[in-house]
Design a protein around this ligand. Structure first.
Ligand code: GDP
Length: 291
């Protein structure tokens, strides 16, 4: 399984320059150089400005590196740590995101995690828009060894989601992971379809979906935030999963997720393997970037 250090090597190699001997004066950070480096790794201009102001006005004796670390941890915000809710009929978690962001893979990785904790998960493939929309997820369900409900291409996604919740209740599943269609947000039908799916699931099980997470591809950098804002207006998001942190040189955008969306980052994908989904830790993230 990929670790934080290896996964963040691209952003890390940019940021590490800020701490190289040529960039430091007597062991201290060169703020101008740091500013440029943070912007290059897609930290938002606003946060970079705040960091620069704070570092420049800090007393000379203060460790700029420690100040910077504190500011970045604050920007990421604290917790919460995710735990599978138990003691309810079925916990329904819906995953949103554009095609290719890693939704299907994330749903499978989450199902595996749930199963590993002794729960009975179900995968629901409600992407009835793409020809192979739910077949990939079906394959994953066989690999993970869990129940699956999917829909034929062109069928009603809300109906598929309703059926999945119904089947999950009948089979005593603890967790339903609903993978959704991800054609681009500019196509309005998808944005109509998502609330309709929520209404359908809620009709069968009050409170469902209990959580709605957006899956964001880290290689999009700040553009991922724009996408999430658009989805958040249609269905309120309760969590973020950032995939493909391995290989991204733009991981700096994670620092603006909390302030821009007010939604916590809960998991991060650090590779394509089924175990490469790890709970987000702000300390590990910051220390992997700067350590
Ligand atoms: P979807 O269209 O949103 O359902 O995306 P998929 O789950 O099919 O993923 C698209 C591609 O991204 C696949 O090739 C996945 O293996 C890959 N992928 C998903 N998550 C990660 C990750 O965390 N790291 C890497 N490197 N690849 C990932």
């Amino acid at each position: 399984m990929a670790g934080w250090l290896g996964a963040l090597s691209k952003t890390r190699s940019i940021i590490k320059q800020a701490f190289s001997p040529s960039a430091t004066e007597a062991g201290e950070l060169n703020v101008e150089e740091l500013e440029e480096i943070l912007l290059r790794s897609d930290v938002s201009a606003r946060l970079v400005m705040d960091i620069v102001d704070e570092l420049e006005s800090a007393p000379r004796k203060a460790s700029r590196k420690e100040l910077l670390r504190g500011m970045l941890l604050d920007a990421l915000g604290e917790g919460p740590e995710f735990a599978w809710p138990t003691g309810q009929n079925a916990y329904v978690l819906m995953l949103l995101g554009v095609n290719g962001s890693g939704k299907t893979t994330t749903a499978a990785k989450l199902a595996k995690k749930a199963k590993g904790q002794g729960l009975k998960p179900m995968l629901c493939g409600s992407d009835t828009f793409r020809a192979a929309g739910s077949s990939q997820l079906k394959l994953w369900s066989e690999k993970v060894g869990c129940d699956f409900v999917g829909g034929e291409m062109g069928s009603d996604a809300a109906g598929v989601a309703f059926n999945a919740v119904e089947a999950a209740l009948a089979k005593d599943c603890d967790v339903v992971l609903v993978d959704t269609a991800g054609r681009m947000h500019t196509k309005t039908p998808l944005m109509d379809e998502l609330p309709k799916m929520c209404r359908a699931m809620n009709k069968r099980l009050e409170g469902a979906p209990h959580d709605v997470w957006m899956v964001l591809d880290a290689s999009l950098g700040q553009n991922a935030i724009i996408q999430a804002k658009q989805f958040n207006e249609v269905v309120p998001l309760t969590g973020i999963v950032v995939t493909k942190l391995d290989g991204s040189s733009k991981a700096g955008f994670l620092f603006s997720v909390r302030s821009e969306l007010n939604v916590p980052i809960l998991f991060t994908g650090l590779g394509e393997g089924e175990d490469d989904l790890v709970p987000f830790s702000r300390e590990e993230f910051v220390d992997a970037l700067f350590g």
